[in-house]
Design a protein around this ligand. Structure first.
Ligand SMILES: C[S@@+](CC[C@H](N)C(=O)[O-])C[C@H]1O[C@@H](n2cnc3c(N)ncnc32)[C@H](O)[C@@H]1O
Length: 242
């Protein structure tokens, strides 16, 4: 009992450490809401849908992981959000509307977690698919997933999983199709966008799909991005070129 108490209180301390009282209240409500959503038939249906990809390919991409449970630099963790996988629908819809050939693009998932959408991108025919994830525990799972997906015939080539911070990641040359599933707040988002803006200014084609777009201001406040398409829970942006 004492051990359980200490385990729970350590977790809480890590989750709340460095947060303002206002953030702690917000996080507490979020945790209660999250716990309540995990019961009932709708939650069971959602879980089954989340696990469908893994059932098909023998991978491990489902579930959620809080950043406080992961070995990431505290100052960066405070600027980011935890793990939950995309189902690939937004990517397929956006790719259809972008009217480009994925074989001409490198796909980059900024904050790729266990790598589900990176594997989906490889299967959709991108020339190369890269996932950038800063949590070593999730990165390790993503590497194993990439191997399993390839071995199971999910794609003709292996995707690349990179361990690192999205804000400092330097994308490879060539046309870029970037994907962000609400991985972080505006500060890191702006760091990522700054590099992509530099690429666009140098004449490179850049497309960004932003899913669960909670911080659109990072795109929309500086006049450097225009909305190419928008549907359901995602927005697709292209840089404004002079
Ligand atoms: C909502 S999940 C999205 C997972 C994946 N993109 C997908 O769509 O399946 C957000 C992920 O971003 C990662 N993340 C948050 N901040 C990050 C940062 N600064 N650099 C790299 N990864 C980060 C988290 O660890 C988590 O795995």
């Amino acid at each position: 009992m004492a051990k359980l108490y200490s385990f729970l209180s350590d977790g809480l301390v890590r989750r709340f450490e460095g947060r303002s009282p206002r953030e702690i209240v917000g996080l507490t409500f979020k945790t209660i809401r999250h716990a309540a959503r995990r019961v009932g038939p709708a939650a069971a249906r959602e879980r089954r849908a989340d696990q469908a990809f893994d059932r098909q390919w023998g991978t491990d991409t489902s579930g959620t992981v809080n950043l406080s449970a992961l070995n990431v630099a505290r100052d960066r963790a405070l600027l980011g959000f935890g793990y939950q996988a995309s189902n690939g629908v937004a990517l397929q819809q956006a790719l259809g509307l972008a009217g480009v050939n994925p074989a001409d693009f490198t796909f980059i998932d900024y904050g790729s977690g266990k790598g589900r959408v990176v594997m989906i991108a490889t299967a959709l025919g991108f020339a190369r698919a890269i996932g950038v994830e800063f949590a070593p525990e999730l990165h390790r799972v993503a590497l194993a997933n990439a191997d399993r997906f390839l071995a199971a015939g999910g794609a003709a080539q292996r995707c690349d999983m990179v361990l690192g911070d999205a804000g400092s990641y330097v994308p490879p040359p060539g046309p870029l199709f970037a994907y962000i599933y609400n991985s972080f707040g505006p500060q890191i988002l702006r760091e990522v966008l700054h590099r992509l803006e530099q690429r666009a200014a140098a004449g490179e084609t850049v497309i960004v799909v932003y899913v669960n777009p909670k911080h659109r201001e990072a795109f929309e406040d500086n006049g450097r991005w225009r909305i190419e398409a928008e549907e359901g829970d995602w927005v697709m942006y292209r840089p404004v070129t002079a």
